[in-house]
Design a protein around this ligand. Structure first.
Ligand code: AMP
Ligand code: MG
Length: 342
């Protein structure tokens, strides 16, 4: 990313998110108003996300989602000031589809381009929407699970999953249990609904290693407990949530104690979960910290978070040259400078 000449002629950024199953387009003003946040999600006929099918979905809906976002914002393409896109981390074919749309738009409209780190964007939209300024953040989604906090110019990773992400753990378990992903009810939400009816805590593996955690053994054991048939699906959902959420909460609490920050932020798709919210609210209170959770609309992958992070970078003078706009599948959050934070 290079320093750009400041361009103050316009006032909004269009952001494209396409890192996994969602294709989203958001439009944000330079002072942080979200004018539009539209998306369309690929729902696999069966099994997990098939990267090429997700990419085909994104290519098919891109035109429709772009038009919907521009119409909602009441903005004409020529009135945009900058285009941002999710440059990574994520699935290659999905990311490349969004990047291709973004490059086409900047070439056609003669606009600057900003490549945004997807994980940074989840944190920044959480801060924008809750007013948190310097939180310890638990970012938990279908593809990522990490505890981060800002320190010396970057969001540092204090702890993370050593294998699968929290959302992925819930999704795979749900599929093993025969649950189906329905529009508007992600698999994690289906597990949450069943868990609320669970009563018996089944003992499952609890694996926190230092500040990191592992969820794959928990997933295997929960699936095996269900297959044995001596406990109900509700009880296994309840036990799975209690174990997994306690693990991420323990790591978040230790990061909070270490950094002595005064805010906790929960962001990413799993932030929708009320039980996880309540566990984090307790540890925040115990450390005299304010608990913040990103609003549901901005929890799961969305274009608004890319647009807003694009604004932050662009206002600081950062742009991405076309020949540097290749996607970065494993772009870690702690490799990204965030100079807009003082
Ligand atoms: P993202 O990767 O940020 O788009 O978020 C999608 C992930 O969030 C998927 O793994 C979903 O199952 C998960 N998710 C969505 N709603 C909930 C919920 N209420 N409880 C737990 N997980 C959820
Ligand atoms: Mg998603």
């Amino acid at each position: 990313m290079k320093n750009a000449k400041k361009n103050d002629s316009g006032s909004c950024c269009l952001g494209i998110e396409s890192s996994a199953d969602d294709f989203g387009v958001g439009i944000a003003t330079f002072d942080g108003e979200i004018l539009a946040n539209k998306s369309d999600s690929y729902i696999p006929a069966e099994g997990g996300i098939h990267p090429r099918e997700a990419a085909r979905h994104h290519a098919e809906v891109a035109d429709k989602v772009l038009s919907e976002a521009l119409a909602k914002a009441g903005v004409k393409p020529r009135e945009l000031s900058v285009i941002a896109f999710s440059q990574g981390p994520g699935l290659g074919p999905s990311l490349r589809t969004g990047a291709t749309v973004a490059r086409a738009l900047v070439s056609y409209l003669d606009l600057p381009l900003v490549g945004v780190n997807h994980s940074v964007a989840h944190i920044e939209i959480g801060k924008l929407k809750t007013g948190a300024r310097d939180p310890v953040t638990l970012y938990a989604s279908g593809g990522n699970t990490m505890v981060t906090a800002f320190e010396s110019g970057r969001y540092r990773v204090f702890g993370e999953t050593l294998d699968i992400a929290l959302g992925n753990c819930l999704d795979v378990f749900a599929r093993e249990a025969g649950l189906k992903h329905r529009k508007g009810v992600p698999l994690g939400a289906a597990v949450e609904q069943l868990a609320a009816k669970g009563k018996k805590l089944v003992t499952l593996p609890y694996v926190v290693k230092g500040m990191d955690l592992s969820l794959s053994g928990l997933l295997t054991a929960a699936t095996a407990a269900l297959q044995k048939g001596n406990c109900t699906l509700e009880d296994v959902c309840y036990s799975l949530q209690e174990h997994a959420f306690s693990m991420v909460t323990e790591v978040t609490e230790r990061a909070l104690a270490h950094t002595e920050k005064k805010e906790v932020l929960l962001t990413g798709g799993v932030a929708a979960n009320k039980r996880l919210q309540s566990m984090l609210a307790i540890i925040a209170q115990e450390h005299d910290a304010k608990f913040n959770v990103v609003p549901l609309e901005f929890a799961t992958d969305n274009g608004a978070m890319i647009a807003w992070t694009g604004v932050l970078a662009f206002r600081y003078g950062l742009v991405t040259a076309l020949d540097e706009s290749f996607v970065k599948l494993r772009w870690r959050v702690d490799k990204v400078d965030v100079p807009w934070i003082q």
